[in-house]
Design a protein around this ligand. Structure first.
Ligand code: C2E
Ligand code: CA
Ligand code: CA
Length: 419
């Protein structure tokens, strides 16, 4: 169970680590030192100004492991204290501490992560051992797409992989928020590369779109997925299938008929299939998008607006396009139980979706607290790592039939599998 994995390591969270406390109020600094020692810190240093902070944080002889960063240092702010520092010169993990407005602090956290610092969720003053322990368990390190090197497959490699049929579907469960019973799956593409391990979509989907190969792969994966669901027996046949559709694919006027023919040839009714369209799919030609979405609906498919809230034209898209479902982006779900601003956004998004008669799915649900909040807010279906990482068809087979048998509980959730 995920919860057990998280608390496996019972050592104090600062065990053997050197902590720099960047704080101009000496009483607060002393309290912070005592808390750090209680959490196992090997050494603490206090810096009351920028110059001391810069020297301490880049000291190559005795490197700092953790920084408690007060966001206001007298006339300076905590961001100024780090401004001149090259993030590659410190391996330290930063825990911002502040009495400021939560949204200001969140903006600061994003800025630090964006610059390449290893940053944790911020703590609201007063600092306590419990808050610090919790924040240390919640890293917001730079997103992989900014730090990790993406593969750059060539057109020829992608074409060869397509003809060798190396793209495979993985599945993420969409589950009833209250019972956790699976109601459907989302197809997530993976590349079973001959020499690498399983390759994630961020490494090949954009290149496939540019190479003009994405539509063919989407159609192939759709057929494979429908066969996979069929192979699960009665359990699989109850599940809906959600498929991501890229903007260039949508632009093809022959698409709706082709998809209809494909799905019909698999013996499936189109209403079991939901195509997910991201807001970024706002094509250069809005009429083309209107045409393709309207025609997909006329052919009986369902349509979802994906990653809702991350683009700029969400409301206009919602008003004009014939969606059935709204998927709330995970950026509004992660951390929502402790974040009043995210809760306000969730509430109003949900009210709007209900008012427009749309089904609602919340994405990126990782914790029980997030699930409980979404249930309270009236979100009927959730997706996320709380129910497990995306699964291969065999993983799906092992989960689905068991889980459809009865009410789901957290104790019956599978261990995380590689995504
Ligand atoms: P998406 O459609 O928003 O899919 C959800 C992504 O969020 C998946 O990443 C999934 O593994 C991840 N995710 C799910 N639950 C959680 C959670 O609780 N926490 C976190 N942090 N992440 C979670 P994945 O599989 O890497 O897919 C990334 C994106 O690639 C997808 O985002 C989708 O836009 C695109 N994609 C995947 N398969 C296809 C495809 O067949 N066609 C097209 N056009 N795009 C695809
Ligand atoms: Ca999606
Ligand atoms: Ca999404």
């Amino acid at each position: 169970m995920r919860q057990e994995i998280r608390i496996e390591d019972q050592r104090p969270p600062l065990s053997g680590r050197k902590v720099a406390i960047i704080e101009d109020d000496m009483t607060t600094a002393m309290v912070a030192e005592a808390i750090c020692r209680k959490l196992g810190a090997r050494e603490t240093v206090v810096c009351a100004d920028r110059a001391c902070a810069a020297a301490t944080l880049t000291d190559p002889i005795s490197p700092v492991d953790v920084i408690l960063l007060d966001m206001m240092l007298g006339a300076d702010d905590g961001l100024a204290a780090l401004r001149g520092i090259d993030p590659s010169l410190t391996q330290a993990e930063i825990v911002p501490v502040s009495a400021k407005d939560r949204r200001v602090v969140d903006a600061a956290v994003r800025l630090l992560a964006g610059r390449g610092f290893r940053v944790h969720e911020a703590i609201e003053k007063p600092l306590t051992a419990e808050k610090l322990g919790r924040a240390l368990g919640r890293a917001i390190f730079p997103a992989p797409e900014t730090g990790a090197v993406l593969m750059q497959p060539t057109h020829a490699e992608l074409a060869a992989a397509t003809s060798r049929d190396e793209f495979v579907p993985h599945y993420q469960l969409k589950s009833d928020t209250r019972t956790l019973r699976p109601v459907g799956v989302e197809l997530l593409a993976r590349w079973q590369h001959p020499t690498r391990s399983l390759v994630g979509p961020e490494h090949f989907i954009p290149a496939m779109e540019q190479a003009g190969l994405i539509a063919a792969v989407t159609e192939r994966l759709l057929v494979k997925s429908l066969a996979d669901l069929e192979s699960l027996g009665a359990g699989g046949q109850q599940l809906g299938l959600a498929v991501n559709i890229s903007a260039p694919t949508l632009a093809d006027p022959a698409l709706p008929e082709r998809l209809h023919t494909l799905v019909a040839s698999c013996g499936v009714t189109p209403s079991r299939v939901t195509f997910e369209i991201t807001e970024s799919a706002v094509l250069q030609d809005p009429l083309a998008l209107l045409e393709s979405t309207a025609r997909l609906r006329l052919h009986g498919f369902r349509l979802a607006i994906d990653d809702f809230g991350t683009g700029w034209s969400s409301l206009e898209l919602l008003r004009t396009l014939p969606f059935n479902e709204l998927k709330i982006d995970r950026s509004f779900v992660a951390g929502a139980p402790r974040d009043p601003a995210r809760q306000v956004i969730l509430r109003s998004t949900i009210a709007m979706a209900l008012g427009l008669g749309l089904d609602i799915v919340a994405e990126g649900v990782e914790t029980e607290a997030e699930r409980a909040l979404l249930q309270d807010l009236g979100v009927p279906v959730i997706q996320g790592w709380l129910m497990g990482r995306p699964l291969s068809v065999s993983g799906l087979a092992a989960t689905v039939n068991v889980r459809l048998d009865g009410e789901e509980t957290l104790s019956t959730l599978p261990k995380e599998t590689a995504s």
